[in-house]
Ligand binder design. Sequence first.
Ligand SMILES: *Cc1c(COP(=O)(O)O)cnc(C)c1O
Length: 493
Amino acid sequence: MEAQTPPPGATALDLDAPTRRRLWEEVTDVLEGHRNDIAHRRIAPDSPPERVRQRFDRLDALAPMTPDAALRFVAEGLSEDQLHAAHPRYFGLFVPAPSDIGVIADALASGFNPQLASWGHAPFGVEAEQWVVRTLGTRLGYPVGEIEGTITSGGSEANLTGLLAALYHTWPDALTEGLQAVPRRPSIYLSVDAHDSWRKAARVSGLGESSLRWVPCDDRPRMDIEALRRCLAEDRRCGWTPFLVIATVGSTASGGVDPLPAIADVARRQGLWLHADAAWAGAAALTTRHREAVIGLPLSDSLTLDPHKWLSSPMGAGVYLSRRVGALRSAFSTTPRYLPAGPSDDPVTEPYQESLQWSRRFNGLKILMTLITAGWAGIEDAIHGNFVLADRLRRLLPDRGWRVLNRTPLPVVCFRDGRGNDARCAEEIVAAVNRQGLSWVSLARMPDGTAAIRACVANHRTTRHDVDILLHELDTARESARGPTGAVRGGRE
Ligand SMILES: *Cc1c(COP(=O)(O)O)cnc(C)c1O
């Protein structure tokens, strides 16, 4: 390993100017190489834990290496031992290829490293994030001038923010008195297809998982509104105190869209806060051609949108948005002894007073730079392309003997072999496709508990050709999962 001596007059944390330039050029080469090669790589490399850990045996903080060697070490590790979700045939979770400008924005955010906790430290950064909040909120249909929000690390933090905003809006005394100021058994309503981050939010808030009341779905699947009404009535009779309803707008597993207008009506009549978890599918509401797929978002009190999913931001970038202006400040403001107050004649947003985070990375920059360079039209093109490709997949699967299990306009297709109904067969097929390394699909559990093969199209670099290769891979994997007699191995229906 090359030995490292700090340049004269500098500390080991500084690099001299020629080294910095050389490393930046090398980083550019590494990233360009990765971007250009990715479509030819195995998507999921074989990375046995023991071998991956062995990489780190070479490292020793007592014997530092040169920055060039460190860069090579990291570039090799990331290329060889990472599931390449940016690959155009990764049809897995919502991890699309990051927008190029988003990657550049992330480098700028690190280099300038503004402290976005307070306006005084980062006037540009805080106003930039407020612009993102207003721009997204307005486009999604919240009333102009009545939008507040905060950039989060992702959807989980945005969901937790929504739960806490609703909780403290409903019972302000709980801010000081804790849950003893809350009536007996506060309860939250969500569909059985909702995201599991709500379990964590329920635990972190102290309400506990039993406060989550899982409402059954219809066969699309989406929340059964009659079941919601029954559940609320029954719970009230049994001593629960409902305060929050969550509409999942684009479920992670199957793209189910809960009927927001009907849920909003129930929430309004019963005085409940309505949060729309539109983490990935909310992006469809930013388009003109596909906003119908996710109608009703402006009826929510607050919502979650994850730009690191379908807006192709690098991770992590989530957004919490709300039309209940003031709720964030009520839930999160404090008066620390060491931070200067902002200008009093022209009130500004103090992010640390309106969010869970304190020190804050400039995560809004990659959203802003993507929005201002692609524009709504560029974003719409990317999203529309995904809709078209998923429609093709949905159309061609049944012709080839597959049975599609979910009904959604969104680009997520859940399916099984149409000739058998065996969940084990779905598992085998997913494993076989992913082992080939040419395409990658995930295994989803439908609300009835059965397994399904799940393919979603969320990458703006995916083409029709990629979808056709996936179809071929699926057919081949099914043939090998079926025995030579054509019977499904494992046998059960
Ligand atoms: C991904 C997702 C989340 C969690 O978001 P993270 O950014 O992964 O924290 C929450 N809800 C839904 C519907 C999601 O798809």
